[in-house]
Ligand binder design. Structure first.
Ligand code: NAP
Length: 264
């Protein structure tokens, strides 16, 4: 494969360490074994330059293999992985295992996968700051944190998480949450964009039909226009391609407001 990516949306979020996070990435949860190699390869072929994995997904080695075999330069791909909180005290070892599996000397973003109990989050966050300072992770962030927890880890270290990856979709839209992240300079990254029934929602369906697009494309486009990172997952190459084909249309302010209003 050449390293010339097909036209994906160029939207990206600047991160505090100076890097830039493509707003559209490829999610790999529940894809393992050869399926993970095939799906990641298909995503890279389709032009995705942002991959989302995690220690607990059990597919970092497959993601790393697909990237190594793709011919796409490591520097052209933004890689996120995540550390589960039960690795508290063994964060560095966990990251080193991720790096080995992914065949890289650093990740672009390392996240605390979900909050641990009590004060452990600040301890983990201190270890994350050390790993970042050692160059093993360009940027560090969290996942599944509420605003109070974001402030707690920030207060413990004076280091603000670059990103918070949380569940986000039209049914979960909440402008107060979006604003709270913006005010803190934290990039909101959404996950499970296509779950929860939104693909079958009649309003999304009607909008997609009017625009000559798929419901998934409308939902992905809605994320991009909100400046929210979106990481759709699929094991099907045609869906992987189609989910990335969202640069050639836009949603009007009215369309955006109508999707925002689907919040339940
Ligand atoms: N931090 C966390 O705690 C957390 C939690 C959940 C997810 N995530 C991350 O977020 C990523 C995305 O979330 P997700 O895996 O829950 O799934 P998702 O992106 O919301 O997709 C849900 C399902 O939709 C199907 N799909 C994809 N494209 C489609 C299309 N164009 N038309 C119809 N159906 C389509 C896929 O099935 P097929 O594969 O059969 O196409 C997929 O299983 C994950 O892969 C993971 O990287 C993070």
């Amino acid at each position: 494969m050449t390293d010339i990516a097909p036209a994906l949306p160029a939207d990206a979020a600047p991160l505090p360490g100076g890097s830039s996070m493509p707003l559209l990435g490829f999610g790999t949860w529940q894809i393992t074994g050869e399926d993970a190699v095939r799906a990641t390869a298909a995503a890279l072929e389709a032009g995705y330059r942002h991959l989302d994995t995690a220690t607990v997904y059990g597919n970092e080695a497959e993601v790393g293999r697909a990237l190594a075999d793709s011919g796409v330069a490591r520097d052209h791909v933004f890689i996120t992985t995540k550390c589960p909180p039960n690795r508290a005290g063994r964060e560095r070892e966990t990251l080193e295992q991720s790096l080995e599996a992914l065949r890289t000397d650093h990740v672009d973003l390392w996240l605390i996968h979900w909050p641990g109990d009590g004060a452990v989050n600040s301890d983990i966050w201190r270890a994350f700051v050390e790993a970042r300072d050692a160059g093993l992770a360009r940027e560090i962030g969290v996942s599944n944190f509420d605003v109070a927890l974001l402030d707690e880890v920030t207060g413990a270290t004076d280091v603000v998480p670059a990103v918070n990856q949380i569940e986000w979709s039209p049914f979960l839209f909440d402008s107060a949450t979006l604003d709270a992240h913006r005010e803190r300079g934290i990039v909101l990254e959404g996950y499970s964009a296509l779950r929860g029934g939104t693909l079958d929602d009649p309003a999304i369906g009607a909008l997609a039909e009017r625009l000559g697009r798929t419901p998934a494309q409308v939902i992905i486009r809605w994320h991009l226009q909100h400046g929210v990172v979106v990481i759709p997952k699929s094991v099907h190459a045609d869906r992987i391609r189609s989910n990335a084909d969202v640069a050639g249309f836009s949603l009007s302010d009215g369309d955006m407001a109508a999707i925002d209003a689907l919040r339940r």
